[in-house]
Design a protein around this ligand. Structure first.
Ligand code: ATP
Ligand code: MG
Ligand code: MG
Length: 414
């Protein structure tokens, strides 16, 4: 992709915007861009520099994303709404063409990485609650203040706040605070670079040799609040001018999008519920696959009904695509037998939730997963839900332990 119309190749130390930003290291990449950690010589802070591919369709997408990011700056002047902040934007010419660049505040790892690092075990419910609060604040601002639908909410697009100062800290992951898993920084690129870069390297080397620094990290960071921000507004749209029929990443896609019965803000609320479930369990809520005689869409609808109950007939047959999946009675045409497992049982049996944890979590999630989008609570309403202010960490470990004990007792009796 590093050719005409594609990515811009960056070397550590490269200057951008007439020398204001100095590239430090690559943070990530997507289909549209590469993202670099850069040093902002004006503010003396680190920033994330998103450098778009140069071909026309990518430039157009960047113009749109910049427009959305600018309206976020307007709608959240105090930068307190858990939405990524754009600091600047400019054009950069290189051998592959002209690249639109967005300068964003520097954030940490995504929730997807957090889930992976937890080996798909799920986070404590207290942590899930903290994350949910942030995401709901973001959605409330987007929906109510700005009239914007994100359309691609998922763990990958929610980034932790970076508690790490890249100048002082070679460890590249924001996960260390949470996971207590020290990791030496890897620094790619030219060896003769800025002073900062050299300092980073020295520290990385020291850390990788297991010097005192790493344990200090663990201690300092134990028990911090989890804060995060919503990112990636490349697919966001204003609710009054939706431009795509098919939105959202498959697993987080709302039923009204599959059925093509019209979508709006509630589609984000569905994705939010799927994300909350995944954080709490480590598993995607719905992971549909096509099979013999049925499509991925049909499997997806079947999985939804197995967990949430039958879709009301009016909704099932009400979409422009309904006829592809449902018969006139509102039954799936090609998947006839459903294995119903209510969400509550699923959480208790498969994920070792205590009865009370499961009941409370379901009380929060279920309304968000209403097949009727207009019945789903708004982000604002969700923020009032009592579940967000419960405190019961380690409930699950206790539950697992008591199950083990019960097992032992019954053995003794027998
Ligand atoms: P996609 O194909 O997902 O639309 P994209 O080209 O639009 O990708 P982003 O998803 O915005 O790019 O960013 C790519 C990656 O860069 C992210 O997954 C993340 O790892 C990293 N990244 C993006 N923004 C930031 C930020 N503000 N701070 C730190 N890292 C970031
Ligand atoms: Mg992305
Ligand atoms: Mg994008």
């Amino acid at each position: 992709s590093y050719r005409k119309g594609g990515y811009h190749a960056v070397q550590v130390g490269d200057p951008f915007a007439a020398g204001r930003y100095i590239a430090q290291r690559k943070l990530g990449w997507g289909n549209f861009s590469t993202v670099w950690l850069a040093y902002d010589t004006h503010s003396s802070k680190y920033v994330a520099l998103k450098i778009q591919k140069s071909a026309e369709q990518f430039a157009e997408a960047a113009v749109h994303e910049i427009e959305v990011l600018l309206s976020i700056v307007d709608g959240d002047p105090s930068n307190s709404k858990c939405l990524v902040r754009m600091i600047d934007h400019f054009k950069h010419s290189g051998p592959n063409g002209q690249h639109l660049c967005m300068v964003l505040e520097f954030l940490g790892d995504s929730l997807l990485r957090l889930i992976r690092f937890r080996r798909y075990q799920g986070l404590e419910l207290d942590k899930v609650r903290e994350i949910c609060k942030c995401v709901l604040i973001a959605l409330d601002c987007l929906h109510r203040e700005l009239g914007i639908i994100h359309t691609d909410l998922k763990p990958e697009n929610i980034l932790l706040l970076s508690t790490i100062n890249p100048a002082k800290d070679p460890i590249r992951s924001a996960l260390i605070p949470i996971l207590k898993r020290p990791e030496g920084g890897t620094l790619k690129g030219r060896s003769t670079t800025t002073m900062v870069e050299k300092r980073l390297k020295r520290r990385a080397r020291r850390a990788s040799m297991g010097e005192a620094e790493a344990p200090k990290q663990e201690k300092r960071m134990d028990g911090i609040d989890l804060r995060c921000k919503v990112v990636d507004f490349g697919n966001a749209c204003w609710a009054d001018k939706p431009f795509a029929e098919e939105i959202q990443t498959r697993q987080y896609r709302a039923p009204e999008v599959i059925l093509v019965s019209g979508y709006s803000f509630p589609a984000d609320m569905w994705s939010f519920a799927c994300t909350a479930f995944e954080l709490a369990t480590g598993d995607m809520m719905f992971a549909p696959q096509s099979g013999k005689g049925f499509s991925e869409d049909e499997d997806h609808l079947a999985l939804m009904m197995e967990l949430l109950g039958r879709m009301p007939k009016k909704i099932a047959i009400g979409g422009a695509r309904s006829k592809d999946y449902f018969d006139r009675h509102g039954d799936l045409k090609r998947i006839r037998r459903l294995k119903l497992t209510p969400l509550h049982r699923h959480l208790v049996d498969k994920y070792n939730f205590s009865e009370s944890d499961a009941r409370e979590f379901v009380g929060f999630l279920c309304p968000l997963l209403d097949f009727a989008p207009e019945k789903r609570p708004t982000a604002q309403q969700c923020l009032q839900h009592p579940w967000l202010n419960l405190k019961n960490s380690n409930q699950r470990e206790k539950n697992v332990q008591s199950k083990v004990n019960i097992g032992m007792d019954s053995l003794k009796i027998n």
